[in-house]
Design a protein around this ligand. Structure first.
Ligand code: XXG
Ligand code: FE2
Length: 357
């Protein structure tokens, strides 16, 4: 693999941030219980077939659409761009890449205006829009906050077989890499990419894809995340917790991963670091570093590496999933290869990594 996606001559759109995910769920009532009753997302608008949700600090119409449908999947990963003209730029950019595009002046989701959806070169349904309905930013409405209040959409995470290929394409589109995971043979296992001044707006996780790995919402504090764990325990729903709580190595954020009733993964995330300077240093982690994904050294459960949601093409059909050919991180970390370490130099079998990673 590693064939590079050609860089278009067209100017890329100026992307502001990840803005919303449009997901298909098979039981809207069960999803409503998870996202509204348990996680406390605010309902902007709802019908028999769709629910539009936002966290407390958001002022645009929604950050998540739950859409009732026959198969659990992801219909769009949507980004807000800086101006109406950037929607034109996005359309021209993807047309030059030879991708299928669809433009709708009234948007694909309620509250959103002129938008373009594309089947991107990695097979993901990406969307770009500027025009959007403003709703009340509930940031000051502490009377509405629960102890686990979700305040912002933080990022998406996508599974793709060839991470360097995806990274090159997203860098051309204007994303900057903040962190990655590699080995000393030059295999890249994952990369984190940003537009806003946080560690990421999206990340690429190496694996069979295209699939959606997770959507992440931010809380203000670590204690908010601990409350969500306590609440799930009290509701006898601890089986919704897949991984964590813990501290990531990558991003330095505090985290928790949940699975919704359809198995879509949701991360609750807080307190990563500022990345907005043009010379923000890239952090590269060695895949054998036991603290890269959990700073406390807790193992990552296998399902976190293997499971992910299907993504849809513009006709609403699932995109075929292509296997990853390069080594999988699951095999490295769970396969007990004997080459992992907590203190570099202490590894068993005398294996020593170069200082470049
Ligand atoms: O947001 C993230 C993640 O992509 O979900 C995973 C930040 C860090 C990590 S990792 O598991 O690599 O620490
Ligand atoms: Fe994440």
């Amino acid at each position: 693999m590693n064939d590079r996606i050609p860089t278009p001559t067209a100017t890329p759109p100026d992307i502001l941030r990840c803005a919303y995910m449009d997901i298909v769920v098979t039981d809207l009532a069960a999803s409503r219980e998870f996202y509204v009753d348990i996680l406390g997302l605010v309902v902007t608008e709802e019908s028999e077939t769709e629910i539009y949700l936002r966290p407390f600090e958001e002022f645009i119409h929604h950050n998540l659409v739950l859409r009732r449908g026959p198969i659990a999947a992801v219909a769009a990963l949507s980004y807000r761009v800086r101006s109406p003209r950037d929607v034109d730029l996005a359309e021209a950019y993807y047309k030059e890449l030879g991708c299928r595009t669809e433009r709708r002046s009234n948007g694909f989701a309620k509250g959103v205006g002129d938008s373009v959806r594309v089947e991107d070169p990695l097979g993901f349904p990406y969307e770009f829009f500027y025009s959007v309905e403003h709703v009340e930013r509930l940031a000051w409405h502490y009377e509405l906050y629960g102890a686990g209040a979700l305040v912002r959409l933080d990022h998406f995470n996508q599974v793709t077989p060839d991470v360097p290929r995806g990274r090159g394409y997203l860098e051309d589109l204007g994303f900057r890499v903040t962190e990655d995971i590699q080995d000393s043979d030059g295999v890249t296992y994952a990369a984190w990419l940003r537009r806003k001044d946080t560690v990421h707006d999206t990340a690429l996780t190496g694996g069979d894809g295209p699939r959606m790995h997770h959507i992440a919402f931010a809380t203000h504090e670590k204690t908010n995340i601990l409350y969500i764990c306590d609440k799930l325990g009290a509701l006898r729903k601890s089986d919704l917790i897949e991984r964590g709580p813990g501290r990531h190595g990558v991003s330095n954020a505090f985290y928790l991963y949940l699975r919704d009733p359809d198995g879509h993964r949701v991360e609750i995330y807080t307190q990563d670091y500022y990345t907005g300077d043009p010379d923000n240093p890239v952090v590269t982690w060695d895949v054998h570093d036991n603290q890269r994904r959990d700073w406390w050294g807790n193992p990552v459960v296998p399902s976190w590496y293997t499971d992910a949601s299907l993504v849809l093409d513009l006709d609403g059909n699932p995109q075929p999933v292509v296997s990853r050919e390069e080594p999988s991180e699951l095999a490295v970390t769970v396969g007990a290869d004997g080459f992992s370490y907590t203190r570099l130099g202490d590894e068993e079998h005398g294996f020593k990594l170069g200082n470049t990673l």
